[in-house]
Design a protein around this ligand. Sequence first.
Ligand code: ADP
Ligand code: MG
Length: 421
Amino acid sequence: EGVIYTELRRPCRTMILVNPQSGRGQALQLFTGHIQAMLTEASIPYTLVITEHQNHARELVRKADLSQWDALVIMSGDGLLFEVINGLMEREDWQQAIQTPLGILPGGSGNALAASVHHYSQSPPAWNEELLLSCGFMLCKGLVSSLDLVSVHLASRQRLFSFLSLAWGFVADVDIESEKYRHVGAIRFLMGTLVRLASLRVYQGRLAYLPAKETLKPPKGSGKDPPSTPKKPSLCSSLPCHLLPNASPKKSSLKNCIDTNLNQNSITKSSNVITNTILEPHRNNKTASPVDSLLPSLDQPVPDNWTVVNEEDFVLVLAIYQSHLAEDLWTVPGAMADDGLIHLFYVTAGISRPALLRLFLAMEKGSHLACGCPYLVYEKVRALRLEPISQQGMITVDGEVVEYGPIQAQVHPGMAKLICG
Ligand code: ADP
Ligand code: MG
């Protein structure tokens, strides 16, 4: 209900990025075995790009001549799409670039967006090859709708864009610790959950958010006006954070080395010189990237219309903006790709191991909210801030580790385009 679709241009010149290392290392075989013939039959001209290392795809889309492509499709897990979205947002022409329709073909071990997109199409649940076929079919159908992005700010002033989740505590730990079980596929999350349950711990920090029902007004601390009523002191008040776009444009000087040969159905292997950091500072420029009007700078207290959570002892904090956290974790029953919402969950300390396990098992059917668990809280929000107090811990964005420390985020409704439906 209420989803507005446009159609892909025909013929749809498609770049398909494959991470051969994703999942059980079979993404390329899955592509040739299940998707290739489908695309040929649908007369979709595509160029296959096999990534060679982390951030290869990010660098490639940052420099690509996007006028040659009608769609960018990712055959991997969520991590490769995270790279592509951030590559697009780092471009000077980000406003047009992020309009490029994005498609997902599940080839990884964490295929949350693929599972979500399949779910939005109102099809009964599917896994593995069946999920892949469903996503391949959607690509052939070529319907495009909007996708919310969430702008995330880290203490070091880095900014990145997220389409799936921000996690701290239990969920982040499971996601990263279970990477060593990547070879078993999607079941790695269940294995990781069981292992983490055995060493369950509490994470201390402060959480605040802007409830979705609040009217959208800019935060008080964003201008020159002094902070109003004194609030809880900000944890990171000493940090020199300026979150609005700064005025020093720095163009990437790396030469454009992407092979943009549009040989139909060719396989491109470009050998680039690419920096291998997970997160690079956002490249600001004159046109500036989207302004996060809901967020004060990280060294300012949160605005008055935010809710500050009283508890400081958490087992997990999870902000998610799609229906599924993994193929078999239906985390947000009502979520839509462009509902303009961050679905914020947190579990406070005191929950027993069996109760926490029950929540995750119930999530397969999307019934965890009906468990009546008093430690689980769910809020629909538009922005949030998390300030960890525990010295050790892990924060992930879209399943990728980011810098540990104060972090805040706000949603940008419908900023990207998603092949879906
Ligand atoms: P999975 O779901 O199996 O984890 P992802 O798509 O999330 O699959 O990819 C996992 C990580 O691998 C991501 O951080 C991604 O950036 C990185 N990556 C992409 N291409 C390559 C490659 N060719 N070799 C190694 N790592 C890669
Ligand atoms: Mg959403």
